[in-house]
Design a binder for this molecule. Structure first.
Ligand SMILES: Nc1ccn([C@@H]2O[C@H](COP(=O)(O)O)[C@@H](O)[C@H]2O)c(=O)n1
Ligand SMILES: [Zn+2]
Ligand SMILES: [Zn+2]
Length: 569
């Protein structure tokens, strides 16, 4: 008699337990400013103070004197929550709170590199800080100082020995080949960095394989990426120099829970997003020919934290102190201020794109029509195109607060427009969504195509609904079992079309888009010109003009406020 997989090792608490090993890791990634918990999602109700308590209690209650633990983060610490984004520069207050966690290893993500102010904060307040300067690793990014001097963004690599088992570890850290970094940072592709730079050759000489027990590669790179394969390239190259020892990876950026086995002595863990997950990995028999790996995705909830740390209460002195600081910050930024009420939940992926409960459907039909530019548009047809990645979270039923604005639409993207003939404008949406689909336009999870072999359907009235993770070890990785939820493919862009009846195919229309996607729009238009046999015309950045008008974040605020005005008084 075979029990369904979902029941294996679930105790009465309906939480799957952890197998603590010789070497253990707790991993966060893509926290995006979510230090104050998910107020309307009980599955993720722990805040940053609770997480700090959890790690301290885990060390105290779960580890013997033969078990080591390393705590790791892999970047993207702003853009997605009011706590980080309602300050100027963004992340200035959350950086100090985030850094209260005693990480052993940490690095940056692309959201630390979009603008100069964020990059300076990351470099001076974290990479160079007293607490982390010997724990911050970033192998393929350099920092450009105010006087133009170029220096490594933290350590290119680090060697460490675990305190209890004296495991000799060499660590490197990479961000994917990010090409939109501001002028204060230089990013090289991971494989180019290690194949061409002298520091890597010196490192190989200083740390030969026979003097190491394992390599630890952590960074802001998706561990599953069917398009760019950056991590696989790095792995193939590293194995040339380190063929016999463990190479363990921790990834990020694509916002999913994921675990990949690369070979007998190499696995990769990725731990979700938005303080929904703490990834756990343990390795036994580290120094042997047959190491074993165990992974678990811990819900960022008080219930899971208490369960796995074997603690009755999460109230450590430091944890409580950080929780109260987070709460003070929330109050001082006015994030609880109610702007309106949302009558039903609008989903990104759990409803079809044309559903009345789909957030993109609502934005295209109710919010984008409200865009009023600084120019006169009374007699011109227009197309407004937004990249679906600009939306970061489902919009939940209930009070709509200042915080909700940042949670759903955090980016202050400006509107640009091009004048293009109607017949060409009509082809862009289809082009961007299908030929070829551009991962950076869609939400982060588009990097990892969903696995074709999905998990068995779960329908248990006592469980809440949510995403069930499938990875290389199967469907039992989530510590908290969930009921299956449908997920639908999200296109790269969605579009509002306002075409006046008098507009002819060759008449110019206003083609409006975010500054963030300018290069993708130009590339699409120029490819379409060639497909349409027009060879004497090409668009470039000088053709793009400022459209003006409110951001989508402001337009959504106005829409929700106006549609619920009566309820607020
Ligand atoms: N100004 C911006 C910046 C980013 N995006 C979207 O976010 C994606 C990257 O997010 P990660 O958390 O995965 O790093 C990017 O690919 C865009 O889809 C945006 O829309 N506007
Ligand atoms: Zn991210
Ligand atoms: Zn990222």
């Amino acid at each position: 008699f075979l029990l369904p997989e979902r029941y294996f090792d679930i105790g009465v608490n309906k939480i799957r337990s952890l197998k603590v090993g010789e070497l253990n890791f707790l991993h966060t990634t893509d926290t995006h400013g979510w230090l104050g918990s998910h107020l309307v999602q009980p599955d993720f109700d722990a805040d940053w103070g609770d997480f700090i308590s959890f790690v301290d209690l885990f060390k105290k209650n779960r580890l013997t004197n033969k078990q080591d633990l390393l705590v790791i983060d892999t970047g993207d610490k702003r853009d997605g929550n009011g706590l980080s984004d309602a300050t100027s520069p963004s992340g200035i207050a959350t950086t100090a709170l985030f850094n209260e966690q005693d990480y052993d290893l940490l690095t940056l993500g692309n959201h630390e590199l979009y603008n100069p102010a964020n990059t300076e904060v990351e470099y001076y307040s974290t990479a160079m800080s007293h607490k982390f300067k010997n724990k911050y690793v970033c192998s393929n990014v350099d920092f450009v100082k105010e006087d133009g001097t170029i220096v490594p963004f933290g350590n290119k690599y680090l060697y460490l020995e675990t305190p209890k088992n004296k495991i000799r570890i060499l660590t490197l850290s990479f961000i994917f080949h990010f090409q939109k970094a501001n002028q204060r940072a230089r990013v090289t592709s991971p494989i180019e960095e290690i194949m061409t730079r002298d520091w890597f050759k010196e490192m190989l000489e200083r740390h030969p394989e026979n003097e190491l027990d394992m390599l630890l590669i952590f960074g802001h790179v998706p561990i599953t990426d069917h398009e760019n394969h950056e991590l696989e390239q790095v792995h193939e190259y590293l194995r040339k120099f380190y063929p016999n020892i463990i190479i363990q990876y921790f990834g990020g950026h694509s916002h999913i829970r994921d675990f990949v086995i690369l070979d007998d002595k190499s696995s990769c863990l990725q731990s979700g997003r938005y303080s929904e997950t703490v990834g756990f990995l343990s390795i036994d028999n580290v120094k042997s020919e047959k190491p074993s790996f165990f992974r678990r995705y811990i819900n960022f909830s008080k219930r899971s934290f208490k369960f796995h740390s074997h603690a009755k209460s999460l109230d450590t002195h430091k944890g409580k102190h950080v929780s109260s600081k987070v709460e003070c910050l929330r109050k001082s930024l006015g994030l609880n201020k109610v702007i309106g009420f949302v009558s039903k939940t609008y989903y990104m992926a759990a409803r079809q794109i044309d559903s009345e409960e789909n957030v993109y459907h609502m934005l295209v039909n109710k919010v984008l029509p409200r865009l009023k530019p600084d120019i006169d548009i009374s007699s011109v047809s227009r197309f407004i195109t937004i990249n679906t990645g600009a939306v970061r979270y489902d919009l939940f039923k209930g009070p709509f607060t200042k915080d909700s604005e940042y949670i759903v639409l955090p980016f202050p993207n400006k509107w640009l427009y091009l004048e293009v003939p109607l017949y060409l404008a009509m082809q862009v949406e289809e082009y961007l969504n299908h030929r070829p689909s551009i991962a950076s336009l869609g939400p982060p999870q588009s990097f990892a195509l969903s696995r074709p072999d999905s998990c068995p359907l779960v329908n248990d009235p006592s469980l809440s609904e949510g995403y069930v993770t499938r990875d290389d070890f199967g469907c039992n990785g989530d510590d908290t079992p969930r009921n299956s939820q449908n997920t639908y493919k999200i296109p790269s862009v969605v579009q509002l079309r306002e075409i006046l009846p008098s507009t002819q195919p060759n008449d110019n229309v206003h083609f409006i888009f975010y500054s963030f996607v300018q290069s993708d729009i130009i590339q699409a238009l120029n490819s379409l010109l060639i497909e349409n046999n027009i060879t004497d015309k090409a668009y470039d950045a000088t053709d793009c003009k400022a459209y003006g008008g409110k951001s989508t974040q402001e337009l959504l605020r106005d829409y929700i406020h106006e549609s619920t005005e009566g309820y607020l008084t």
